[in-house]
Design a protein. Sequence first.
Length: 267
Amino acid sequence: MPAIRKSELKDALRLEAVELLHIKPQEIELEYQLVKAENGKLSGIFVAAPKKLIEEYIACCDSHGLRISSMSARIISAVNSFFLKNKLQSNTFGILMFSGANQLYLAVFDNGLCVLLREINYDDLREAEQEVINSLKYSCSKSASKQLDALYVRGQAQAKEQLLKKLEQVFDVTAQEGDGTDSPACSLAESSIFKINLTKGYTVTVKERAALLKITTVLLILCLLMSAGLIAKLVIQSLEAKKVASAFNISDYEYAKGLVKALENAK
């Protein structure tokens, strides 16, 4: 998208989310991460979800004594997990992950920058073959080297070997299986891991929020009652002052003044 001020970026992305989710802007939770700002353009990713859905997840976890530390799109969580569990040393590389349920995740990184992040659904993996190839080719055209240095693979799927063989032929790489074990992450991983977290603003659970809301409501009612009592006291004092003033007249004042003077002379 065209470069805009950071203060306006989230509002612009929220409008995009409104068109995608078809709900009101205030009902959307949104987070984004910039990847690159170059030649007057911004590149990055953003994730949006209905606030109600997020609160339902938090409430569900809360009911089981769990607290959500982070929530994001499945593809982002999958890529993060892959980085943490595999040592990646190539400059330009692709990541292909089979997540099951006829779904795969595709990502390409060029010198630490994400240039592709895609989720592809398919009925038959052989039908998705050309879509995967086209996506990788387009990403390579945007990279500095114009080619893949490596292709990392994770997960299982029917016709997987056929797809990998085709990709190895087209891109002249050897597909490397990600073992999923806790091997040391390279320095590139730290700079490339996505830090998008939709629950970042939820420092307390939904149940805790409800309790805090009740406490706040009680305190507000007490403040209102105290204010009402103070106002009533001031009104009573004002009425009493008016009552005293209305009972007093000038003749009484002159009479009292004369008595005081007579007492002073008597001394």
